[in-house]
Design a protein around this ligand. Sequence first.
Ligand SMILES: [Zn+2]
Ligand SMILES: [Zn+2]
Length: 396
Amino acid sequence: MTPEEIKDRALELFPRLQEWRRTLHQHPELGFDLDWTAAYVAGELRKMGVSPHTGVGISGITVDVGEGEHMVALRADMDALPILEKNDVPYRSLNEGRMHACGHDAHTAMLLGAVKIISEMHHEGKLPGRVRFLFQPNEEGQEQGGGALLMIRDGVLDGVEAIFGQHVDPELYVGTAATRPGPMMAEADVFRLTVKGRQSHAAYPHQGVDAIAISAHVVSAVHQVVSRRVNPVNPAVVTIGEIHGGTKPNVLAGEVAMTGTIRTFSTEDRDVIEKEIEKAGSIAKSLGGDYAVDFQHGTPPLVNDPELTEFVMEEAQRLLGTENVFEAQMRMGGEDFAFYAQKVPGAFVRLGVRAPGERVRPLHTDTFDLDENALPLGAALLSHLAVRWLEEASRR
Ligand SMILES: [Zn+2]
Ligand SMILES: [Zn+2]
């Protein structure tokens, strides 16, 4: 099927794509607790005549379509965020304090659209292989164990030779897309650093050890790790996002606890930063206190397979026009598609959803929204990539 034919089919699906997206938008759920969402998605899949497997990776869904030697996977995430929606739209969130503010409602709708297009192609005898569709829970909540990892543990990549994923991008205009070979999104890790002193009456500081005064030195040292210890040509971030200490104005603080995020693109840089944060903590010792530090590794860096990315660039250009596909910039955000791309060649695409002339409506904010004209383009792009990849694979 030509790119034009796939695009036409996706455009015909617009009313359904919009209905899927709006219905999902009204019923946002968090993490793995996707009872309503998963039941809705599975129900829509059954209506299309395909057989979903539910309860994969706790609350994820997979569907296989087609037959043949080769298999490619397409992935969407389904979870929302704990944000109170401020948009006054007919499809506003009905779940107070929860919102699809990262566009995962659109990702799920576009993947449903791709199932529809590809299963119809299969019935027409035009699908040269198998496509596995992954509807994943809990992309946002990596601290409880992310959805991608649990889906992989349940075997969703068995037999899969390549995987594609996409994310809406509020900075790119509708009709455009972007990707890049190699590293695209950062590794996202968490650190906890506790500075320990000894309480005393605040009027007699010499009788105790002031954890707050010591922490001031520790915080400065932590902020020098990236600027002084990491090779300046490598992107890296250390942010202390939280700090708590002390109980009363007239009590010397016995303990200060801080937590933060570390973003890197390589294990070497991550290891350097962890060692240096440890050293920053140890300043507490030379000042008469003590410290404890621990690190929790989250999503690895998202690294697109170079060859597969070149294929995506070419095919996206055929579908959207040469002038509408860009090389994406590296970003310090995390994305758990990285886990799939560690196991099989993967390519992740950013899809433009900004309405013409509209301001940027950033992800993870209470006024995020998108131009729904992007929905058929995203469904077409996913379908086109899967079908073209299978065509190439069966020719090899
Ligand atoms: Zn997000
Ligand atoms: Zn997201």
